[in-house]
Design a binder for this molecule. Structure first.
Ligand code: NAP
Length: 293
């Protein structure tokens, strides 16, 4: 087993982002700004927000944090989003999910100005992503893409893992991870299989995959019940908090003697997700200031 070190790759990308931000500041006198919104006081969400704010500081993005009460109505959240939409110091808005009342989620996301939608979850950005055919077009158009799938694509690219013609099995079809990842994989000419809780015979699919992405949210989900061929690349997206600490969706004891490459948890996809938030904030800043690269 060989480890794909997401932390190290994220560090390279962050250093590049930091240089670009400094150069833009020298030319325009402006720096990108990111507003984060936390509704309530969910402990895991607080930790995520703190890591995002810290990452912003590291690269020179100004962050503006807004913590509002758990009882906030949908109207109150949307009012705050509207204020942030019209604030010219703010180029990106991140609404930390899940919201205490999940029924508000899509209406609140829809209220974010699509040019500031650094999570890439607004229907305009999701639609753009779905309509563009090639990876080059996606990059050229500076589309705001959900951070975790985008981070996975960069992780694979930095690790020199070619996707064209390969069979990629994505386990999980959420709007946040599996679905946009399938589109991104297609844009790099992979043959994509998306599995979910109703998929029959998953073990037959793991056997033929060149790349397996596990985004299920169940510890040890990918285990000895699933055959994996030599040289498979495994991306473990899961973040599960257990009594023994953080773990992913892959059973490391099963994988460790296999001839595969894998991202660890922690230190794999997580740091890439945060880095892509920085990258999307920079993209939003560039798009809003019409800076030519
Ligand atoms: P989600 O919305 O709960 O989606 C889970 C997916 O797994 C669903 O599509 C579900 O299928 C599928 N699934 C559940 N049981 C299954 C089974 N027995 N066989 C096959 N598929 C099954 O979760 P998510 O937001 O995508 O997140 C997934 C995991 O990634 C979580 O642990 C989350 O914490 C983690 N995550 C990590 C990062 C990061 O930065 N590292 C970012 C986002 C999420 P159905 O659609 O049929 O229900």
């Amino acid at each position: 087993m060989k480890i794909i070190n997401g932390r190290q790759i994220a560090k390279h990308i962050k250093s590049d982002i930091k240089t670009k931000i400094k150069n833009f500041k020298d030319i325009t006198g402006k720096t990108p700004g990111l507003a984060t919104i936390l509704v309530g006081s969910n402990v895991a969400s607080k930790i995520y927000i703190q890591s995002k704010i810290k990452a912003c500081q590291e690269v020179g993005i100004q962050s503006f944090h807004n913590n509002i009460s758990t009882q906030s109505s949908q109207d109150a959240i949307i009012r705050l989003i509207n204020d942030l939409n019209s604030n010219t110091l703010i180029n990106g808005i991140l609404l930390q999910l899940p919201l205490p009342d999940k029924t508000f989620t899509q209406n609140c996301i829809n209220a974010i100005n699509p040019v500031k939608d650094v999570d890439g979850l607004h229907p305009v950005n999701y639609g753009k992503l779905s309509l563009l055919k090639s990876w080059n077009d996606i990059i050229k158009e500076n589309v705001l893409i959900p951070c975790t799938p985008l981070g996975i694509m960069h992780l694979l690219q930095y690790s020199n893992i070619q996707l064209s013609g390969k069979t990629v099995l994505i386990i999980g079809r959420s709007n946040l991870v599996g679905k946009p990842l399938a589109i991104l994989m297609l844009s790099q000419n992979a043959t994509v299989i998306t599995a979910h809780s109703k998929t029959y015979n998953l073990d037959k699919l793991t056997k033929i995959a060149d790349v397996i992405i596990v985004a299920v949210g169940i510890p040890n989900f990918l285990n000895k019940n699933y055959n994996i061929k030599d040289n498979t690349v495994i991306i473990d997206v899961g973040i599960n908090r257990t009594v023994d600490g953080l773990c992913g969706d892959v059973d490391f004891n099963y994988i460790q003697n296999k001839n595969v490459r894998i991202t660890p948890v922690p230190g794999g996809v997580g740091p890439m997700t945060i880095t892509m938030l920085l990258s999307n904030t920079l993209k939003a800043f560039i798009n809003q200031n019409k800076i030519n690269l």
